[in-house]
Ligand binder design. Sequence first.
Ligand SMILES: *[C@@H]1O[C@H](CO)[C@@H](O)[C@H](O)[C@H]1NC(C)=O
Ligand SMILES: *[C@@H]1O[C@H](CO)[C@@H](O)[C@H](O)[C@H]1NC(C)=O
Ligand SMILES: *[C@@H]1O[C@H](CO)[C@@H](O)[C@H](O)[C@H]1NC(C)=O
Ligand SMILES: *[C@@H]1O[C@H](CO)[C@@H](O)[C@H](O)[C@H]1NC(C)=O
Ligand SMILES: *[C@@H]1O[C@H](CO)[C@@H](O)[C@H](O)[C@H]1NC(C)=O
Length: 490
Amino acid sequence: MIMTKLLCFLLTITLFQLLELAISRREQVTTPPLPVLPLPSYTQLKWQQREIIMFFHFGVNTFTDSEWGTGKENPAIFNPIGLDANQWISAAMDAGVSLVILTAKHHDGFCLWPSNYTDHSVKLSPWKNGHGDVVQEFVNAAKARGVDAGLYLSPWDRHDPRYGHDLQYNEYYLAQMQELLTRYGNVREIWFDGAKGPNAVNMSYYFTEWFAMVKELQSSINVFSDAGPDVRWVGNEKGFAGSTCWSTINRTSLSIGNGSIVDYINRGDPRGTDWLPAECDVSIRTGWFWHKSQSPKRLSKLLKIYYNSVGRNCVMLLNVPPNSTGLISEIDIQRLREFRKAIDTIFSANLADKCTTKASSVRGGKDGGFGPENVLDSDHLWTYWAPRDNKNDDYWIEIKAQDQEGLKFNVIRIQEAIGLGQRIKEHEVYVDGKLVAKGSTVGYKKLHRLEYGVVHGHFVKIKITKSRAPPLISSIGLHFDPYWHPNNEQ
Ligand SMILES: *[C@@H]1O[C@H](CO)[C@@H](O)[C@H](O)[C@H]1NC(C)=O
Ligand SMILES: *[C@@H]1O[C@H](CO)[C@@H](O)[C@H](O)[C@H]1NC(C)=O
Ligand SMILES: *[C@@H]1O[C@H](CO)[C@@H](O)[C@H](O)[C@H]1NC(C)=O
Ligand SMILES: *[C@@H]1O[C@H](CO)[C@@H](O)[C@H](O)[C@H]1NC(C)=O
Ligand SMILES: *[C@@H]1O[C@H](CO)[C@@H](O)[C@H](O)[C@H]1NC(C)=O
């Protein structure tokens, strides 16, 4: 009896000790650093990781060889006899795209869906005897393949007589927006363009009401406009972000359709109080709509756009216009495949993978979980190198080749752990002690295509010379881009 009690007592003590040990051990686990505001929302982070999204400009302009319709087009001209939205989605998937956006209505006012509020739509076209719905076919095809859908609804309407009359037009616009956001399931992005007709000088677009209703009707949608609220325009239609591009900006200083903000939205603002990353819209062809006379851009041009958008902390929105048959032209499909193949060729292998890493300091020491080796794992968001919290430190991280042969590359990829804020203001890259690249912001992804071509070396050191707080780097890549020839760029 006494023995049992003693045993119980001893056991209890041991349990307590184990528990204490466990608690004290847990206390040693280093916590992640505090974020630096502002931060992305969940849907903004998802959007950023898509990297490339696709735009489909399609409508009456496809049949009139024009870019801006007049609004006087006869709906009878809209007759895409071979329309197959599955083919559009296949083309998008060939390019590795997970979100596609359709122009449900462009400036001409013609609606690709049978809106209850106008007859200027597919209802009056011969296509499917007026029973067709391009928006429905588009979202069905996307959904069937696991691709997300987005919609563009032009505020400018050159057809509807209500345009120019403040209240009536805003009600009409909102009614159509409600149709699009309630009839077709999940919509992941809605695209607002600030263009306005000269007959609308006395009319405002009720953006505040529109955006509020968008958020009410869809839970995981990003609203794109010159000024967000979720994604901002990059300020041009060439697909180029500023070489400095912050995802942060002051939204209060932005107004939609205001030409004087283009430089500000192209660069962002290191002191910006809002997270509002930029989207770079560009067409694979000269125009946004299909024209028989135009052909897709060269691969080298598309890659340059990729480096200047995705490689500058933005998302690339690539327009690929369906033709008047209702299909993406074969030459565009070929170009999209080449483009994807090139990106995979360049980035699927990371020459840094077999390297060792070293850093100026590590938060929580060697076993804190924030070591430099984290930049070589496959998680590009939530595992990262974090230095010790000390304002006087120099911050650097080094990648060292393990074999004699060393490393041969011409592209350097750096990614920040933006889930904790965009921090880096200036950085430099050295190979065996020689400066090979320098830049300002990094953000989700910074790609340096080396100006002097291929470098060969054993040590790659990235110095962060200015940052808003200790830099957190989630990924580093050293890549070889066989398409890059700095001396004969084009
Ligand atoms: C609007 O259109 C839909 C689909 O075409 C139809 O089911 C609905 O009854 C219409 N609503 C009104 C108020 O006419
Ligand atoms: C705008 O309003 C002004 C003043 O009421 C009027 O003179 C002008 O004709 C209007 N313009 C348009 C395009 O309606
Ligand atoms: C346009 O933007 C500039 C620069 O931010 C600003 O000064 C101006 O007031 C804006 N204009 C309008 C009409 O909002
Ligand atoms: C943006 O807002 C911040 C905080 O109010 C301010 O410090 C900064 O100067 C603003 N940026 C510009 C360009 O005005
Ligand atoms: C549109 O593209 C399809 C598929 O590439 C092609 O078969 C068709 O002829 C094209 N239509 C026109 C009008 O060029």
